[in-house]
Design a binder for this molecule. Structure first.
Ligand SMILES: Cc1ncc(COP(=O)(O)O)c(C=O)c1O
Length: 406
């Protein structure tokens, strides 16, 4: 007899049944559904550059195919890629890692899940400044750990303080994980702010610090700081990075980390049972990307800077939205709490920012991501990795939509 769908669902593990769907992917999928029905959707929900991969990187990949780089590679990556990453860490971040401390993976997403699975036991805690990137939470829960969020707000540019961190640490804390520049807030921690956090962390030897620096190159302060350079904690810092954002290579899937040797070995072992290694062609292309030609990356950053100015100007014209000036990445995270409790023209009450985002999608046909997915109920995330024309049109539609709420 055929099982019903309900019975089949019950056969799934608790692990997957308890996992949240990625909110960013969900909003993008809802947008696509409406598009398929003929709606003119502007998607500002996905976190990927709308540029092409630089030509010299594409050329390196083509050459790799012709040179028959078609076999399994070492699990942490080709040795010359590990060396190129060490060179990059020294050149850009003043970080001293040796090739054995480098592990490359199928996107920084895999780098991070390797880390969570290697560092967190059931019952352990990971501290994250909130808002945080959606997948951090899912990955920590998958490892059996729990998330301890440090709530921040727009008034303090969504940055956590050393006092908050100190108060959140318990005997069970194993990981402190943050992104700078931050997805979703665009906030950038200064060196002095990182020193403040490091001073607290230095006292707690069981905590591994995971610094996700994947938006490093989209930093409008031009002063990217790595916590791994701070002497008192450097031996416990894992620096995570990848090619997706700075090199417009989301589909190529290459993330990497520099880590204490014992963590690098553990992550290689973990990865060896999952994906073996990332794609051989991508690895060859990555060597070109990480070389010294950063002109295409700088050009992308300039475009993002112009778009940030544009979107901030337009969003500030929308009454009721509160907007700060994000210093990096390609996101704005406006507070929309003044709209909660308002009524739509057809009489529906908006009980949360989640409701508001659905209303914006359904009526303005603009897709954005509710802040609840990132551990903040008051805000929503707009990605400005889209054309200036789209940004202008999206803001004008949102203005009309929000202006019609009573
Ligand atoms: C903060 C942050 N870390 C890591 C990733 C993962 O990037 P990838 O797996 O494409 O390298 C993303 C992608 O959205 C991100 O925003």
């Amino acid at each position: 007899m055929e099982s019903t769908i309900v019975e089949q669902q019950n056969l799934l593990s608790d692990r997957i049944q308890n996992m949240k769907e990625s909110a960013t992917l969900k909003m993008a999928a809802l947008g696509r559904e409406l598009k398929a029905k003929g709606a003119n959707i502007i998607s500002l929900s996905l976190g990927e550059p709308d540029f092409d991969t630089p030509q010299h990187v594409k050329d390196a990949a083509k050459k790799a195919i012709d040179d028959n780089y078609s076999h399994y590679t070492p699990v942490p990556g080709y040795m010359d890629l590990q060396e190129a990453i060490c060179h990059k860490f020294k050149r850009d971040n003043n970080l001293d890692y040796t090739p054995a401390q480098i592990v490359t993976s199928t996107g920084a997403k895999q780098t991070l899940v390797n880390l969570m699975l290697c560092l967190i036991n059931p019952g352990d805690e990971a501290i994250l400044p909130a808002p945080y990137w959606v997948s951090y939470e899912a990955q920590i829960l998958l490892a059996g750990g729990s998330v301890v969020g440090l709530p921040t707000s727009i008034e303090t540019d969504f940055k956590a303080t050393p006092e908050q961190l100190e108060a959140a640490i318990t005997d069970k804390t194993r990981v402190f994980l943050f992104s700078s520049p931050c997805n979703p807030s665009g906030s950038v921690y200064t060196k002095a702010e990182l020193e403040g956090l490091a001073e607290v962390l230095a006292k707690h030897e069981k905590i591994t610090i995971v610094a996700d620096e994947i938006y490093e190159h989209i930093n409008f302060t031009d002063q990217h700081a790595s916590i791994g350079t701070i002497e008192s904690v450097k031996d416990r810092v894992v620096t995570v990075n990848g090619l997706s954002k700075g090199f417009a290579m989301t589909g190529w899937r290459l993330g990497y980390m520099g880590a204490p040797l014992w963590i690098a070995k553990a992550c290689s072992k973990m990865q060896g049972q999952f994906t073996s290694a990332t794609c051989s062609i991508t690895q060859r292309a990555a060597i070109a990307a990480l070389g010294d030609n950063l002109e295409p990356t700088y050009a992308m950053k300039e475009s993002f800077l112009k778009r940030r100015a544009l979107i901030l100007e337009k969003l500030r014209e929308i009454e009721g939205l509160e907007v700060n000036e994000p210093q990096g990445a390609f996101y704005v995270f406006p507070s929309a709490k003044s709209f909660v409790g308002k009524t739509t023209p057809d009489g529906q009450t908006l009980n949360s920012v989640d409701d508001l985002c659905m209303h914006i999608l359904n009526t303005a046909h603009v897709s954005v991501v509710p802040g609840s997915a990132f551990g903040n109920e008051n805000c929503f995330r707009i990605s400005y990795a889209s054309s200036e024309e789209n940004l202008i049109e999206a803001c004008s539609r949102m203005k009309a939509c929000l202006g019609a709420l009573k």
